[in-house]
Design a protein around this ligand. Sequence first.
Ligand SMILES: *Cc1c(COP(=O)(O)O)cnc(C)c1O
Length: 365
Amino acid sequence: MKFNKILENLVNYEAGKPIELVVREYGIKAEDVIKIASNENPYGCSLRVIKAVQNEAFKMSLYPDDSMYELKNSLAAKYNVGSENIIIGSGSDQVIEFSLFAKANPSSKILMAKTTFAMYEIYGKRTGTGILKTTSHEHKIEEFFDIYKNNKDIAVIFLCLPNNPLGECLDKEEVFGFLKEVSNDTLVVVDGAYQEFAAYKDENKKIDPKKLVETFPNAIYLGTFSKAYGLGGMRTGYGVGDKEVIKSLHKLRSPFNITTLSLKAAIEALKDEEFVKNTIIKNFEEMARYEKFAKELDMEFIPSYTNFITYKTKKNSSLICEELMKKGVIIRDLKSYGLNAVRITIGTKEQNDRLFNVFEDIYKG
Ligand SMILES: *Cc1c(COP(=O)(O)O)cnc(C)c1O
């Protein structure tokens, strides 16, 4: 059978290895495996969310409220915008997809950092658009500016703030300065999947979605419930944008694109900011231990504004990941990005102790 030609250039997203795979392949008991590879919240989610979802479990026979009235209103209140400025996606992933389909096409290009969230490129290629990347792995705003100046047909620019999988983050000033130079016909996607962490660590990294989209109607801010809120399994994310942009993206949204229980979970999660704050505080306490550990092993790391840290290893990163996996510890190899580096999600204290122990043996051995 002949398929759409576009499919020939597509690759699948390499998701973190599931615990079940390690159980099967290495015969380790599931309770002895730790997965600190996909930037999930190691503290789970708010108990309030769990109770609400349990109480509403009987509603799973019903389609969700497709207007997503309550969740949109809650988000609108949180960011001090109108609900017409909000779109809900099955993960912010889906809003990335909508953004690309709304703007990119085979005669346009999209621009991103060399090493950034893989879905920008994967969804981009589905539209047949050209892909431009900076030469630096990390975001360098001057490079974005140079490439933008020299290419007149850039439809979408992705800024991942902070960046996954490297953890660095541009300053707000740099972002706003750059946006001033961008045509109002270029959509700039500001991916704030880890903004809660960055904003806590450094005020200069904090992006206010309202200020962003009011100043630059061609920008869209993306947020997710998968990271700081601990709802990765509920697949809920959102975009905040100018109402014209949001209206266009809505044309691409299928009805009932998130579940009845996901909606409930997200609404409840927004009522427990205490949970998020505790997550963030513990995250950076544990992050300090990861930095100290790297220094002890004389290993370079990228200062991180997220819930993960990237180590530039001297030893082969794939080998390290393989050896760790045999010991029941799953982390993320960055070899496929052309880097000899690993990305480790900051876990609970116990998980991190375990990682340090096993990693040290492998690294020194
Ligand atoms: C996790 C992540 C997302 C989106 O996750 P969803 O679970 O689809 O909401 C988006 N961007 C980046 C950079 C991420 O790391």
